[in-house]
Every structure is written in C-alpha cells, then in structure tokens.
Design a protein around this ligand. Structure first.
Ligand code: 13P
Length: 253
C-alpha cells in the first residue's frame, strides 16, 4: 500500500444524542457527503449501539460509513450488557473504535483487552480503530513517546494490516478540553508511531492510517491535517453537528 493513505475522518458521538437528534445529525452528514459527491476521504460516524441500525438507514447510499464505539471480545454468550463485533457488523457497520481512553479509564480496559477487541473486530470483518495516547502527567514527565510505544505494542494485533486497522492518537489531556496538541507535538508522536508501525508491520505499516483526536475543530483542522503522518481525525464534540463536522472532512481533502 502507498505511503500516502486515504484519509479517514471519524465522528465519535460518545454517549450523546437521543433518537431524533441522532437521526437529524446522520441525515445532515449524509446530505453533506451526497452534495460533495466522490471525495478523497473516508467519512465515518460512530453512534451509540442502540442507534446503529437507524443511523445505518439514515446514511445508506450517501458514502458515509458506520462504526461502533467498542465491542466485546466474544461472538455471543452470557455477557450481560455487552455487544459483539458480529452484532455490530450485522447492523451495517464496517468499523469499531477500541481502546478509547474513556473506555480504558471508565472500564479498566488494558492493552491486552484492547488487542482482543481489535482481534474480535477483525474476526467479524470490521476495521478496528485502535486508540492510544498519554495522560497529562505522562507528558509532563517526558514519557509521551514511551507510553504510546508501549500501548501500541500491547494493543495492536499481530494480524493488523493497512486494510483492517487504523491507529488513533488521542492525548488524554486534549480530549474534550479545548486544548489541542500543537502541530510540533502531533508531528513528533505521529512520526514515532509511523516508525513503530513500519518496524512491526513492514509496508503495511506505511499504509496504516494514523488519526489525530483531541479538541479538533474547523479552526485547527487545516493545520493538523497538514502534518506529515496525520491521515485524518477522530472527532468528538465537533462531530455532533454536521455544520462543525463537515469542515474537518474538507480539511482532510
Ligand atoms: P473531542 O473532539 O471532544 O476532544 O473528543 C475527541 C475524542 O475523544 C474522539 O474520540
């Protein structure tokens, strides 16, 4: 695969939106994509589980793809409250985010379970978006690169390829805070991630998308997307309105 992967801009809706708002948001993003036609960027929306089927219908035929926000490691069974990768795929999704820092913090997910979730995604033919990123304390202690390296080593499945896995670098201190990493900080980490991916996965490591996430919005998207080895974004707050999400997609073109 080429060293210039096709960008991906993904909206992570997190635990937001009731049905009416979610459907309106999905329809809004779908309309923007339809109006834009064929674009050189993959566009993804990741609603909460219970809205996957409705949002799948709302974006059908628009070019907008569908993803979930996590998955269980198993196919089925006695796991109350969990949702398997197969169930997600059955709703029409093609992606699933795994290892988001909010999952790691709220549910104690460690690198080994994140890796198992990514493997479950692959088993169900879903693309896995594997999230990594340091806390503020880890950055202040000068450990950002080490943390990212060890999370990558533990969270990426051995069978990861450019076609089935995306890495999302989301510094925890930049998520939902309005404080974005500056482009030098982003470049340093993304270059490091690329080096590690190439060392482990060879040419596939060159083709894997590396997304930036953390307070990305229309105002800073152009600068971030222009950074080498930034191949798109994982967007939280700004993904909750089509009018604030779409300019980020345009910045990736
Ligand atoms: P914000 O864009 O709201 O900072 O969230 C980023 C994020 O966590 C996306 O997964």
């Amino acid at each position: 695969m080429s060293a210039n992967p096709r960008p991906l801009v993904a909206g992570n809706w997190k635990m937001n939106s009731l049905r009416a708002d979610a459907n309106a948001l999905a329809a809004g993003v779908a309309a923007k994509h339809k109006a834009a036609g064929e674009i050189a960027c993959d566009v993804l929306v990741c609603p909460p589980f219970h809205l996957l089927t409705e949002v799948s219908a709302a974006v059908a035929g628009s070019g907008v793809q569908l993803g979930a926000q996590t998955c269980h490691t198993g196919v089925s069974g006695a796991h109350t409250g969990d949702v398997s990768a197969e169930m997600i795929a059955d709703c029409g999704a093609t992606y699933v985010i795994v290892g988001h820092s909010e999952r790691r913090a709220d549910h104690g997910e460690d690198d080994a379970t994140v890796k198992a979730r990514a493997e479950a995604a692959h088993r169900a033919s879903l693309n896995a978006i594997v999230c990594i990123g340091e806390t503020e304390g880890e950055r202040d202690a000068g450990n950002a690169l080490n943390v990212v390296e060890s999370q990558l080593a533990g969270s990426m499945p051995d069978a990861a390829t450019a076609a089935n896995t995306v890495v999302a670098y989301e510094p925890v201190w930049a998520i939902g805070t309005g404080r974005t990493a500056n482009t030098d900080e982003i470049k340093e980490v993304h270059d490091h991630i690329r080096k590690i991916l190439v060392a482990r996965f060879g040419d596939d490591g060159n083709g894997m998308r590396i997304l930036y996430g953390g307070s990305m919005k229309a105002e800073n998207a152009d600068g971030i997307m222009a950074v080498e080895n930034v191949n798109g974004g994982l967007i939280g707050g700004a993904a909750l309105k089509a009018e604030t999400f779409w300019p980020i997609v345009e910045a990736a073109l």
